[in-house]
Design a protein around this ligand. Structure first.
Ligand code: HEM
Ligand code: HEM
Length: 483
């Protein structure tokens, strides 16, 4: 099965692709990657050494933490996804993006939302819902800009020159639709002042809607669009067709069907009805199947090209990304089992799981895509291939240090909290006893995180040098012709 769908004769003629918008989203990804990860490193430092809170209300852990999560999820990952989606749908559909004005409103609107988040969160203006902290006026702007994106996306599909919709586009579509639904329903609230609003849901219903949103934000922002990008950019990078197109279709439908029901695994042992918790647990465990189908489809695309793993750093990034996808989608279902969750919940094990997905899967896929795209967009070669390889190793070792430290810390924490002495009393009733035990792990996480950030900075340097050294004709974004 071919990597891309067959094209008609008309479609084969040169198309004036809009690559300027892709370039803008790449720059924004790099900028906000640095900001978001720098804040992550500051948080890691604060947990290892509390004076780093600086005694200022704006820089306390509680305010910087949502700044980190919003920056890495919506700014770094969001911009990376938009860059990849806009580049690939034009090629897959052999047409220019639907409307240049909409593309630019999407870009600038999204960056404005990010800047508002960067101001409002340290000020402490928040709705208090994880990953949905932003106050209602910003939420409204997100809804508007997302609709602009959706019109541009579906408009491009409508004016396509190729009938078949390659599987990557199905993955993107699931993101465009689901994120809109999740965002709108989770943020339905009654504004009281410009900074404050009250959710229309109460109590457990509010919690359930919030984690239906929270889990599917992971599913439809940190997972499905990136799988779509994997199905486009991984075969391109290894110059091989995707291992099984049929498997990719099964992967898609099974994944989106199962994901949407798994949210209650965030509310195990809560007041949520038991049947609903069990439903969440069962759907989470079933998720292993499509997730691993996707992982194998990615890895097996390399069959016959494994030798490139030794020489091509982009292939290295992909292999680590897909492997971490497999690891975190095995770990997640395990953590969704009630008995395991009773140990892992509230502990650093969750943080380890999050970052094996975030740094391993999301981050490494982003770097693989960007290193492949930049030389093509600017019609040049990468400034320093050696620095790409070095980045790969620094980042990979950084992830291992981060994740292993958090697993060790989480399991230590969980076991200490539940330890009972001979008299049936809690063995460690003083919370601080457990915290002190975790300090070495926090130091190791800080080292791992700093390494990962260093890799990110190296990528910025390498890409800026590549762009600066590009031929002048390529620096002007248009016209880029079909290939
Ligand atoms: C089959 C796939 C997956 C399943 C079933 C799953 C399951 C879980 C479970 C059970 C938790 C802990 C909930 C708790 O105790 O509060 C969790 C947390 C989390 N997972 Fe996953 N996971 C999966 C894949 C992923 C991937 C690939 C990523 C990232 C790219 C990810 C990101 C997160 C995040 C951000 C949290 C923390 C949520 C919070 O703030 O509490 N997960 N996941
Ligand atoms: C240099 C890289 C990074 C460092 C040092 C870092 C560090 C941290 C720290 C210290 C926390 C708070 C943990 C706690 O509350 O105990 C955190 C939370 C989090 N980070 Fe990162 N991070 C990095 C990159 C990323 C990236 C790239 C993503 C996503 C794409 C990400 C997603 C998250 C999420 C979702 C949480 C909240 C987890 C939860 O509530 O369970 N991080 N990070």
């Amino acid at each position: 099965m071919s990597v891309e769908p067959q094209t008609t004769a008309a479609a084969m003629s040169a198309v004036d692709y809009d690559d300027a918008i892709v370039k803008k989203f790449i720059f924004a990804t790099l900028l906000f990657g640095v900001v978001g990860m720098l804040v992550g490193v500051i948080l890691a430092l604060q947990l290892a050494w509390w004076p780093a809170n600086l005694g200022l209300e704006w820089t306390t852990f509680g305010r910087l933490r949502p700044l980190h999560t919003n920056a890495v999820i919506f700014a770094f990952t969001g911009n990376f996804i938009f860059a990849g989606v806009y580049y690939s749908i034009q090629r897959l559909l052999k047409t220019r993006l639907f409307n240049d004005v909409l593309s630019n409103i999407h870009f600038w609107g999204w960056q404005l939302i990010i800047v508002s988040a960067a101001v409002s969160l340290p000020m402490g203006w928040t709705q208090g819902k994880e990953y949905a902290e932003l106050i209602w006026p910003i939420d409204l702007s997100i809804a508007v800009i997302w609709v602009v994106f959706a019109i541009n996306f579906f408009g491009t599909i409508a004016v396509r020159k190729v009938k078949h919709l390659y599987v990557a586009i199905w993955f993107y579509m699931s993101m465009v639709i689901t994120i809109a639904v999740l965002h709108i329903f989770n943020n339905l609230s009654m504004p009281a002042t410009i900074l404050r609003s009250y959710p229309i849901y109460a109590g457990m219903t509010d919690a359930l809607v919030q984690w239906w949103y929270g889990h599917n934000a992971v599913g439809f922002l940190l997972t499905t669009p990136i799988l779509g990008l994997m199905y486009y950019f991984l075969p391109k990078s290894v110059e091989r067709p995707v291992f099984s197109y049929r498997l990719s279709i099964i992967h898609f439908w099974a994944l989106i069907f199962l994901y949407i029901w798994a949210g209650p695994h965030h509310l195990l042992y809560s007041a949520l009805p038991d049947w609903s918790q069990t439903l969440g647990m069962i759907f989470s465990v079933m998720l292993i199947a499509p997730s691993w189908g996707g992982m194998l489809n990615g890895l097996l695309t390399l069959r016959g090209a494994w030798d490139r793993l030794r020489t091509d750093p982009i292939v290295k990034f992909w292999v680590v990304a897909v492997t971490f996808y497999g690891m975190s989608t095995f770990e997640g279902p395990m953590m969704a089992i009630r008995a395991v969750n009773s140990l892992s919940h509230y502990t650093d094990w969750t943080i380890g799981h999050v970052h094996s997905g975030a740094l391993g899967w999301v981050g490494m896929a982003a770097f693989a895509m960007i290193y492949w795209l930049v030389p093509r967009l600017w019609k040049t070669t990468i400034h320093s291939p050696a620095a790409v390889t070095l980045h790969f190793w620094i980042a990979t070792i950084g992830i291992v240090l981060y994740v292993v430290a958090m697993w060790s810390s989480g399991i230590t924490q969980g076991l200490m909290w539940r330890a009972i002495d001979d008299a049936g009393q809690l063995q460690y009733p003083i919370f601080m006893d457990t915290v002190l035990e975790l300090m070495p792990f926090y130091a190791i996480r800080l080292i791992g995180g700093t390494m990962y950030l260093t890799g990110m900075l190296m990528a910025c340097w390498n890409i800026l040098m590549t762009v600066r050294g590009a031929p002048a004709s390529a620096a002007a974004a248009r016209p880029a012709t079909a290939k």
